[in-house]
Design a protein around this ligand. Sequence first.
Ligand SMILES: [Zn+2]
Length: 418
Amino acid sequence: MAYVVDKRTSCWSHDTMGVAGSGHRGEHAAGSVGQLLDLIRSGEATTRAALASSTGMARSTIAHRIDQLTERGLVVEIGDAPSTGGRPASILGFNVNAGVVLAADLGATHSRIGIADLGGSILAETRKDISIAEGPDAVLTWVEDTFVRLLADTGTLASHVLGIGIGVPGPVEFAAGRAVDPPIMPGWDQYDIRSRFVDAYRCPVLVDNDVNIMALGEHWIDPEAPDDFVFLKVGTGIGSGIILGGTLHRGAKGTAGDIGHVQIAGDQSICRCGNVGCLEASASGRALAIHLAERGIEAETSRDVVDLVRAGNQQAVRSVREAGRLIGRVLATVVNMLNPAVIVIGGDLADAGEHLLAGIREVVYQRSTALSTSDLQIRNSVLGDRAGITGAAAMAIEQVVAPSNIGSVLEREPELIR
Ligand SMILES: [Zn+2]
């Protein structure tokens, strides 16, 4: 079906987006149009009569604003409501084909780039082993070239791009679209990632931490997702994305959820951050690979550790399970403090079968309070290695349709919209 009504999420604070390229003309009217689009997208009100009763606006005002949305292709009539006598009312739907968003999930060692419709379906994507340490110029030039190629592959004009979402493996000052003091991203500190794309596409460009976008992606695709939700990534490093009350919690400086550097009591491993005893220094994919290599087992990366587990290497299985227990110690504190309903485990090491999950569950249920774990679910990611790109697309889409931005979409030339 071409037209879908999407679940709305409220993970983004629209007024702190720091969006570039959006006009302020007619903001009041645009806000109202945005409110109608919101109701239609969420399925809360899908006929003109229902919109009038939901908003208290006059039928003539509703009709005018719906005309604006249908003229730009954002809303379409998808059928007739059951007749109650007289002319049947048209059911309105959000048109996911009214434009596209571009999404990039930039990791430490590999990255994924995609193009998605406004319903979040990925239309085309590509993946590449590229080190973030090559620096912003090399990496972002590849991103720019890949965006152009994906647009060509899908027969999409650049003018159809309504938003761009980018995730990077380090702390981000979200409002500014810059990485801030990122430990594994040499050359990226304060680099203005957003400006590179705003000039080319004239649309909102949002940049966030890679684990935050994974949390958003996993939360976004699940219509039943609870409002209090933690996503844990265990790959080369360890980090988490925290959604509280339905809103992504970034923290004062964008470093919330950085649990890889919580200290494990009694542990003396030296972390790459310079401290001693960090969780990441003992339980990340990188740490496990080092640990196995010291025992004469060939392993360099977290993927190698997963391959060993899959091949039945017992030392690797024991190491992954023990890593799960160590992670569980820190997560038990997170559970006591934040009381999430779901903890989702993602990243390379989540692919190591049930071993990591088993170790985590064992300790979390043992060390958290009984009430906090009474309905707690701990499960692997549904999206796997596509959580990041899905979240980057979702982040962009939510900004495209935000009441604060919809005016700029409507102001685009009509022929620019499919
Ligand atoms: Zn550390």
